[in-house]
Design a protein around this ligand. Structure first.
Ligand SMILES: *[C@@H]1O[C@H](CO)[C@@H](O)[C@H](O)[C@H]1NC(C)=O
Ligand SMILES: *[C@@H]1O[C@H](CO)[C@@H](O)[C@H](O)[C@H]1NC(C)=O
Length: 490
């Protein structure tokens, strides 16, 4: 009796495993890129300088191979080939970003570039002709230098500047673009530059700068969402969110559970609680810690800028889905007495007194910050659902860094394992994940890693004037996966 039950159970398990590899009907697959990383054409027409154009000239030592995005994949001229690739893959959507300085050379709303407008119209229309939905990010880190000179993301006036830019983009493209990402990864655009100086605008000011940026980014996102909601949603019926970069934290030892949860609030909560929680505002535990830390450092007010009651209401609820960018995880433990901290977010979490460790079983990649732990994606999304309740989730970035080469079976393995975790979150945890986006469609300018670290489904030959694009093994895999709507691709 027992043994026949065991046989039956294992048969069931086999059946369930097979079924589990199919994606739910309607699940959408896409790929992503970002303006500065692919477009090139940094100084054509009336496009003005952005903070990355400036950084790669002023501080070339911050880029591993001292390269720039001046030409990158030259998508500004080769966008037809990009569209052809998205069609070859059979993507449901392609995520691009708009370069603020290409559309509004002054940074402000008083001048729209005709060439910039034509370029984005071409890409959007080209995709739609092939039946591929454009998903458009308004801000992927390439702030107009003219606005940086006025304080950039640390100046609260940027809330209006960004709102005005967003309104123009909605009015120009909203008839055709139905999914918008307002701002990409506050964590990387605020915490990295102001804590480490390794990304634009590379202003090291960890106590104050990163937190000013964080608050203004949340307010700017909310401004754009509210403009869309009031002025455009009634006629265009689109959806908007902010995309968060989430590094999943697990406790190093069972005793580290509490500090790990606090670190999660610092990592994910600061950029989520104000928007997605019922009560809005900063996560209370972080507000308290930051007030204590600031006092201990002798400041007269908290370095975490307070939200007024009106601001809390302004930001709260400004989403149509949760956009998850995820790559990697960390183990978290309480710092020992006198232990020094590395900078947040890719290293430690000094504000909460946490150090990080890497599980030796997590495979390293060519990006120093990036270790492979597929379960992290599922655990992170389930945590978000527990914190903020049921909502729609879209994985807006996930991908794998390696060196050049077409035979990227390790990337196929990465996608397979992370997508299995997406399926488990959907089927076992009941999380409503409706789409998945690979980073990236093609190799591109990978910020501080230059062209060394390759994330693409397509290889790009950066030595050829044509920037020849060649599908890697992973492109064939992704194409088959989309066709079958299943991880059962053999
Ligand atoms: C644009 O930048 C390139 C270097 O990337 C330079 O050779 C060229 O002269 C510049 N063109 C203009 C119009 O400034
Ligand atoms: C998931 O969310 C979408 C969009 O809000 C909705 O149409 C769909 O019914 C949801 N699915 C589940 C299983 O809740």
């Amino acid at each position: 009796m027992i043994s026949s039950n065991v046989v039956l159970l294992s048969l069931l398990a086999v059946t369930v495993t097979c079924e589990d590899l199919d994606f739910p009907p309607g699940f959408q697959f896409g790929a992503a890129s970002a303006a500065y990383q692919v477009e090139g054409a940094w100084n054509v027409s009336d496009k003005s300088e952005n903070i990355w154009d400036r950084l790669v000239r002023d501080k070339p030592e911050l880029i591993a191979d001292r390269s720039t995005g001046d030409v990158a994949c030259d998508s500004y001229h080769l966008w037809r080939r990009d569209v052809e690739m998205t069609a070859d893959l059979g993507l449901h959507f392609y995520r691009i970003s708009i370069a603020w300085t290409r559309l509004l050379p002054n940074g402000f709303a008083n001048k729209i570039s005709e060439d910039g407008l034509n370029y984005y119209n071409n890409v959007i229309d080209g995709l739609l002709e092939k039946g591929i939905q454009p998903m458009v990010t308004l801000y992927h880190w390439d702030l107009p230098q003219s606005l940086q000179d006025l304080g950039g993301w640390t100046n609260p006036l940027i809330v209006n500047w960004f709102g005005n830019y967003a309104r123009i983009a909605f009015s120009l493209f909203g008839d055709r673009v139905k999914t918008w990402i307002t701002i990409n990864e506050p964590l990387i655009m605020c915490d990295v530059p102001y804590n480490t100086g390794s990304m634009a605008p590379a202003i090291v000011n960890p106590d104050v700068g990163a937190h000013l940026c964080a608050k203004n980014v949340l307010m700017a996102h909310a401004k754009a969402w509210r403009i869309y909601d009031k002025e455009f949603r009634p006629k265009y019926h689109g959806e908007l969110s902010l995309a968060n970069h989430l590094i999943w934290y697990e406790p190093f030892t069972p005793e580290d559970e509490e500090i790990t949860e606090t670190a999660r609030e610092y990592m994910a909560g600061r950029y989520s609680h104000p928007i997605y929680s019922k009560e809005g505002g900063w996560p209370p535990v972080i507000e308290k810690i930051m007030a204590e830390n600031s006092k201990a450092k002798g400041y007269s007010e908290s370095n975490l800028p307070a939200f007024t009651k009106e601001e809390i209401e302004f930001v709260r609820g400004t989403f149509d889905f949760y956009a998850v960018n995820h790559y990697t995880s960390r183990l978290i433990r309480r710092a020992k007495e006198g232990e020094e901290f590395g900078a947040f977010p890719l290293s430690d979490v000094p504000d909460v007194g946490a150090k990080y460790e890497i599980n030796p079983d997590w495979k390293p990649t060519t990006s120093s910050w990036f270790f492979v732990y597929p379960e992290g994606l599922r655990n992170q999304i389930v945590w978000l659902r527990e914190q903020y309740g049921d909502m729609k989730f879209i994985v807006t970035e996930n991908g794998y860094a390696r060196l050049k080469g077409l035979d990227d079976t390790d990337r196929i393995e990465y996608y397979t394992e992370y997508l299995k975790q997406v399926l488990r979150a959907i089927k076992e945890d009941g999380v409503n994940i409706t789409g998945y986006t690979t980073w990236s469609l093609m190799d591109n300018f990978e910020w501080g890693d230059g062209y060394n670290s390759r994330f693409g489904l397509y290889e790009v030959d950066f030595t050829s004037p044509e920037r020849t694009r060649t599908p890697k093994a992973s492109a064939e895999f992704y194409k088959k996966l989309i066709q079958r709507h299943s991880l059962n691709v053999d």
